[in-house]
Design a protein. Sequence first.
Length: 273
Amino acid sequence: MKLVSTIRELRERIAADCPALVPTMGALHAGHGRLIETSVRENPTTAVSIFVNPTQFNNPADLANYPRTLDADLALCESLGADIVFAPSVDEMYPRPQRAFVDVERVTKHLEGAFRPGHFRGVATVVMKLFQIFEPRRAYFGEKDYQQLAMIRRMVEDLNVPVEIVGVPTVREPDGLALSSRNRLLDAEHRRAAPQLYRALLLAAENIAEGERDSARIKCAALASLADPLIRVDYLEIVDPVWVEPVSIVDGPVRIALAAYLGPVRLIDNVAV
Ligand code: PAF
């Protein structure tokens, strides 16, 4: 496996190759592992990018605290059969103030878009930069960041980017907590409370499976199950899977998504129904 930190060396290495790409911000866990494994299985060459992208953090403390574990990340990538890891510096990715941005409308309006101003513009812009740098034939993203995945699908369609976007299901701890790089920031008490998030999503999904169609009632019951002083919910919403817009009546496939603070740590999760 090759570790590369400049765009020039990367381009020389992949010249004729077009590897599949797994974009990450590092602090890799088994959820990323699933993305890398899937890519290694489905493509002749896999590249992993590791870059904590400052432009997608709307909260400076979140950026400062974001875990950075490059040595362990490289070991995981190597053990899973990745061919190249691209780990650029901030100066390499943003050598001058960025003046061109990608804004994907509508799909970014609700959920994370409403609570994290500028976040999706930062994600779309850095992912587009990575697509220009790698020209990958395929790129792998986790379903845990469902709105991000929906946005990237829309971005490549609208901007005719010749890449196939592959969504990979969320990997969970045995108690249901969705794997996230931020989980390692939870203290013991909040870690114990965290599986309630997934349980609330399952409760909502069960209500729908039992025939409830009214989103307000479904959300009310799910939120009531989260009445724990250790949990502060930003949103719990039922949205359509394409535009990620809230629905008032469930009459087709939906995603149930939530974001909540456990102490200072903000977690998101979602399930498909
Ligand atoms: O999901 C992530 O880790 C990031 O948002 C991504 C897609 C790597 C862009 O920085």
